[in-house]
Design a protein around this ligand. Structure first.
Ligand code: CA
Length: 580
């Protein structure tokens, strides 16, 4: 800490702290992950969401007060799932309906705003959200609901380049923050509910030019691109028809809708993939690679280094998109993943070998356990909804009760890992669903599910539970229950704290070792986004966006009606310790 302050003082002597950081963002800066900025989603490429800052700590956090707040304005509210980025005296924060703002870090004053003109026909499955941007050079880059990438000048907000990633009329959209890895811009796509083909793309972040593409459905060709943008075949993902029957792989889903993480020590980028399409699993016998998996990509070549499938032959829309967070354990590098399907997986980050898997929610009905030898789930047959061609319930297949519900034991809200406590902090939900299958055929731009469902709470007194999870023992060390389903991400700090938000509107700080609540603040609408922290001069700040929405009000069935009293909003809050 002393060294850091000295560095800042030298910077100031040379003409102000910001001048020392005025140069464009580089890969080295992103990998360094210094505490005076937040340069990537995940608060570091590996997504640990851990900060070394400790000015705000278990003893001082009760003095945390607002520094400023900013309203996203307009008539457009809905879910605000965005994580702000901090660089060079500015905050870059995206908002619902594909908006992005640059704000003065000291005052919260608006510097510029960009709002994408969205066409009528966009088809975001799960609200008009955006989860954040990426910084590289002098650019800030984000994806839009009409499946475009927009790169803006950080200082002026002017568009520098714009690239169409997918056809929004076919169901493609973008909601995840892009990832910078080895100087490339890596992005996924949303749209698994419309039979799109999930893929990861690498681009030159300064120009938007494609470098490689890697499809996430087995059978599709990957490509690389030469200097002139000429497409060159770069190998099929897997083998045609090996895990997919007939032609269904052509509209196979596996959307990479939550983006990825990167670990410089392995050189691999880790992307989670969504459900195979359609949801009705009886139409597509086989494992349906690479759906509902973690896929490790060689960033240099765009080839699949390994994949681990958490839900082979997914019949519940469990997806597998959850963030893969790398961490050290027993001298080895692993990745931790709290899957929508209710199991927490610990996987060797280098080769994808399963090390440990255990439940992090109370009720799982689709599988009894995960076989640590084969890495495969031990399915419970009664948990899979029936085949509609068997006609057990008219045109419907037999209804099954499945837990977790498809909204997941954990959804988009990213967890955090503390190297200090060696615990993962997992925002989890306890809910199940009645689910049944129906006949379906692919039609461009139409929902491609072949399933119906009703989500219901598993318990009367709570749905959400913030849980501290020990990846080594599989034990839940502590939990804090929450009435509404948790939908916001988590941050943990060297100050011994865990920060997270609730749909009821609170940003909370709890003791990282015990879960004891130490501070809370009402932000005026539900918090469904992850907090961040940084240091400016000698002051530590915390920020979070506020604005209730996301998938729960749209898809939540009985749960949605339970939380329909919650009001929408759209703002970002910044906090620091009171000087009093
Ligand atoms: Ca899905």
């Amino acid at each position: 800490m002393q060294k850091k302050l000295l560095g800042l003082m030298v910077g100031m002597a040379l003409g102000g702290a910001s001048a020392a950081h005025a140069a464009g963002v580089t890969e080295a800066m992103i990998e360094k992950n210094a505490t005076d900025s937040v340069l990537s989603w995940g608060m570091g490429q590996g997504g640990q969401r851990f900060s070394k800052l400790d000015q705000i700590n278990t003893k001082s956090v009760d003095k945390l007060v607002p520094a400023w707040a900013f309203s996203f304005g307009g008539e457009k509210q809905r879910g605000q799932e965005s994580q702000p980025l901090i660089h060079n005296g500015k905050m870059f924060v995206t908002a619902s309906y594909s908006r992005i703002f640059a704000l003065d870090l000291k005052t919260g004053a608006k510097l510029w705003k960009y709002e994408q003109r969205l066409p009528e026909g966009i088809m975001p499955c799960c609200d008009v959200v955006n989860r954040g941007a990426a910084l590289f050079g002098d650019l800030v880059i984000f994806g839009t609901l009409d499946a475009q990438l927009i790169a803006l000048d950080q200082n002026t907000g002017k568009v520098v380049w714009k690239e169409k990633v997918g056809d929004y009329a076919a169901g493609y959209s973008m909601t995840a923050a892009p990832l910078i890895a080895k100087g490339l811009l890596l992005t996924g796509v949303s749209g698994g509910e419309f039979g799109i083909v999930g893929r990861v793309e690498a681009r030159n972040p300064l120009t938007g030019d494609l470098v490689w593409t890697r499809p996430m459905v087995e059978g599709h060709m990957g490509y690389k691109f030469d200097k002139d943008g000429k497409e060159i075949e770069n190998g099929i993902s897997g083998t045609v028809n090996k895990t997919w029957p007939g032609d269904l792989w052509k509209t196979g889903g596996a959307a990479t809708w939550l983006g990825g993480t990167y670990d410089a020590s392995t050189g691999l980028a880790y992307f989670g993939t969504g459900n195979p399409a359609p949801w009705n699993s009886h139409l597509r016998p086989g494992d349906n690679l690479y759906s509902s998996s973690t896929v490790a990509l060689d960033v240099d070549t765009g080839k699949i280094k390994w994949s681990y499938q958490s839900t082979p032959h997914d019949g519940w829309d469990y997806d597998g998109v959850n963030e893969f967070i790398t961490f050290d354990m027993d001298g080895k590098r692993y990745g931790g993943k709290a899957d929508r399907n209710g199991f927490f997986y610990v996987v060797d980050a280098k080769n994808g070998k399963l090390q440990n898997a255990f439940p992090f929610v109370k009720k799982i009905t689709w599988a009894s356990s995960i076989d640590l030898k084969t890495g495969r789930p031990n399915y419970l047959a009664a948990g899979r909804p029936g085949d509609p061609t068997k006609g057990e319930e008219g045109k419907k297949g037999k209804t099954a009760f499945a837990s977790p519900a498809f909204l997941g034991a954990k959804n988009q809200m990213p967890m955090a890992y503390s190297p200090q406590t060696k615990l993962f902090y997992v925002p989890s939900n306890e809910w199940g669903m009645d689910i049944w299958n129906e006949p379906v055929t692919y039609k461009k731009g139409a929902a491609f599910l072949g399933a119906g469902f009703t989500i219901k709470p598993n318990f009367d007194d709570y749905i959400g539970a913030m849980r501290a999870v020990d990846p080594k023992t599989g034990k839940i060390v502590w939990e804090v229950k929450n009435n509404a389903p948790l939908w916001g991400g988590v941050m943990t700090t060297a100050g011994g704290l865990v920060f997270y938000g609730t749909p009821e509107g609170f940003l909370k700080a709890v003791n990282a070792k015990t879960g004891k609540e130490l501070w809370k603040f009402q932000t005026g609408s539900g918090v469904v986004a992850p907090p961040v922290t940084w240091q400016d001069g000698d002051t530590q700040y915390v920020a979070v966006t506020s604005g209730w929405g996301g998938a729960v009000p749209l898809w939540g069935g009985e749960v949605a009606s339970k939380v329909n009293f919650l009001e929408q909003g759209g703002s970002v809050w910044v906090f620091k310790l009171s000087s009093k």
